[in-house]
Ligand binder design. Sequence first.
Ligand SMILES: Cc1cc2nc3c(=O)[nH]c(=O)nc-3n(C[C@H](O)[C@H](O)[C@H](O)COP(=O)(O)O)c2cc1C
Length: 319
Amino acid sequence: MIASPPRIGGLDIQSWGSPDDPVVLMIGPAERSSPDGRDLARALAEAGRHVLLTDLPDKDGAAALRRLLTDISSRPAVLCAQAALDSVIPALAVTGPALASCLIVVGDGPVSLQTTTALDGLPILTVEPGQGGEALDRLNAAVLGFLEREAPREAVLYQAGSDARTLRDALGCFGTGVTVVTTLDADGQPIGLTANSFSSVSLDPPLILFCLSCGSTNLERFQAARHFAINVLHIGQQPMSGVFARSDADRFQDVTWETWDTGAPILSGSLASFECATDRVIEAGDHLIFIGRVLRARFEPRRDPLLYFRGKYRRLHFA
Ligand SMILES: Cc1cc2nc3c(=O)[nH]c(=O)nc-3n(C[C@H](O)[C@H](O)[C@H](O)COP(=O)(O)O)c2cc1C
């Protein structure tokens, strides 16, 4: 999201992402106004970069950029359109290695030898502007890959005893699908919750697992049921994932479901459903691991999965 601009070095700045992240300074009206520029800014912010966007004045642009670079607290990666090089090169020729970590030029032609000589030692990437989905993906991937090499983010460390939030963030680096795990309680009432701790375990015998928090209001009912179903959600079922994760929701109100052999609710239209007999339940810290023997499975071969990564829902994305 674009925050309202502070002024740095006398220039209006718009920013994306967290101020704690390494800075990418995007220069030029094209970056700010074009959808491609905004898409790149968003991708950079999502990849853990603090994006600052600004226009340089027509007159004395180089001096303005030099002031700006001096006022930014960390060494930014500078990203500009080829058209802005007239201001950027003189500014970086003096301050480059000291005040910028690298330069990314978005343009159709190669950057001249004169430029690379003037910016002696500064890593430079030239990329073609992206237009349309795939070209834009390629542009974003090239820029992000270059930044990881030339201006890497510091890795975050977790050690036993560190706070649980850091461990959670580390675990969130593993992208998963999303499921709704269901069962039928002793009164014949359907119960279920959103879970991404689903994993395959064994093909022969056919075993899968999910982990249930000991804080779950449904803990005893899942233990007593001796069966459950795993419903893997497709991209269109994100609202359902939200409903089954909320404690105040009437979770089955707007859901169509059927039963097979055990009674565990099979949610209609899911990407895949696995009906399981509970094989064993293992206590593990603040969760119970439910291992299930797959009795029956049904899947839809054409739809895309709902994904979950770093605490956010995602969709499949082919670069
Ligand atoms: C994407 C996502 C994945 C989740 N994965 C799990 C999980 O694997 N195990 C779990 O116990 N809770 C998980 N939760 C949290 C539960 O869905 C949530 O706490 C729910 O309210 C629990 O309901 P209950 O207390 O009625 O069982 C997840 C939530 C979300 C949004």
